[in-house]
Design a protein around this ligand. Structure first.
Ligand code: ADP
Ligand code: MG
Length: 242
C-alpha cells in the first residue's frame, strides 16, 4: 500500500530530528468588516511533522478555515511566514506557490466539491493529469486509491450516484492523488451521520499512517479527534495545544 500512497516519495523513514513539513511562524491574518479590522490569527505558531495527525477543534468563527487556507497557501498571511518542507513561501512567485500547492498539499472540504459530470475514477484521475501524468498512469493510481478506500465497485459512478460517505472518500482519494506531504481537511465529516463519519475518518487515518502524510483536520467530533496524535484549538487568535 505504501507504494500506492507514496508514489515517487522515498520509503525510508526520516530521522527524528527532521524538519516539520509545515510550520506557521507568527502568522497573522485579519479581515476588514464594515470598515473595522477583524483580527483572526494573531501570531500563530504551529508545526506538524510527517506522519502526524492533528485535530483542530475550535468553535465556529474562531478561524479554523482561515488557518487551513493560510497553511495551504490559498490565502497569504498579513504577517509571519508559512514554511512548507522548510521553505519560506511568502516571497515565491505565484507559479511556484501554485506548484507547491498542487504537489505538496491536499485539501478535503466539508462539501465534497467533486465534478458532477465525471465519474469517481475520473475525479481522481484529473488532478494527476493536470500534474502531467499520462491517463494510463493516473487511472492505475486512481483505481488503486479508490479500491484502498473501499470504493473498488463504485469507480464508474458519478458523485450523485454515491452516498455522502462515499463522496467524501472519493474527495479524500482526489486530495491524495498527487501524493502530497500535507493533507488539510476542513470539517470533512461535518455533513455525515456519526457512523458514516467514523468510517470516513478511519479511511483517512489509515491512509495517513500508510503514507507518512501530515494531516490537520478541523472537526467538531471529539470522538474522532481523540483518535488523532495531537489536539489543538484556537484561543485568542493563537494555536494552543489541548
Ligand atoms: P471557522 O472556520 O473557525 O468557523 P473562519 O476561519 O471561517 O472560522 O472565520 C473566522 C472569522 O473570520 C469569522 O468571524 C468570519 O466571519 C471571518 N471571515 C472569514 N473570511 C472572511 C472574509 N473573507 N472577509 C471577512 N471576514 C471573514
Ligand atoms: Mg470553517
Amino acid at each position: 500500500m505504501s507504494d500506492v500512497v507514496n508514489a515517487d516519495r522515498p520509503a525510508a523513514s526520516a530521522p527524528k530530528e527532521e524538519a516539520p513539513v509545515l510550520w506557521l511562524d507568527k502568522v497573522e491574518r485579519r479581515y476588514t468588516e464594515a470598515g473595522a479590522p477583524l483580527e483572526i490569527l494573531k501570531g500563530v505558531d504551529f508545526a506538524i511533522w510527517p506522519g502526524e495527525t492533528v485535530a483542530l477543534i475550535a468553535p465556529s468563527g474562531t478561524g479554523k478555515s482561515t488557518l487551513l487556507h493560510v497553511a495551504g497557501l490559498l490565502e497569504a498571511p498579513d504577517a509571519g511566514e508559512v514554511y512548507i518542507a522548510g521553505k519560506a513561501t511568502s516571497k515565491l512567485a505565484d507559479k511556484d506557490r501554485t506548484r507547491i500547492r498542487r504537489n505538496e498539499i491536499g485539501f478535503v472540504y466539508q462539501f465534497h466539491h467533486l465534478l458532477p459530470e465525471f465519474s469517481a475514477l475520473e475525479n481522481v484521475v484529473l488532478p494527476q493529469m493536470i500534474r502531467g501524468l499520462s491517463y494510463k498512469e493516473a487511472k492505475a493510481r486512481a483505481s488503486e486509491l479508490l479500491t484502498y478506500l473501499g470504493l473498488g465497485e463504485r469507480q464508474t459512478h458519478r458523485p450523485a450516484e454515491l452516498s455522502g460517505g462515499e463522496q467524501q472518500r472519493v474527495a479524500i482519494a482526489r486530495a491524495v492523488a498527487n501524493a502530497p506531504s500535507i493533507l488539510l481537511a476542513d470539517e470533512p465529516t461535518g455533513n455525515l451521520d456519526p457512523k458514516t463519519a467514523d468510517h470516513v475518518f478511519s479511511a483517512l487515518g489509515q491512509l495517513v499512517r500508510a503514507s507518512r502524510l501530515a494531516a490537520v483536520v478541523a472537526t467538531h467530533n471529539m470522538d474522532l479527534a481523540a483518535r488523532m496524535d495531537r489536539r489543538v484549538t484556537i484561543r485568542d487568535g493563537l494555536i494552543v495545544e489541548l
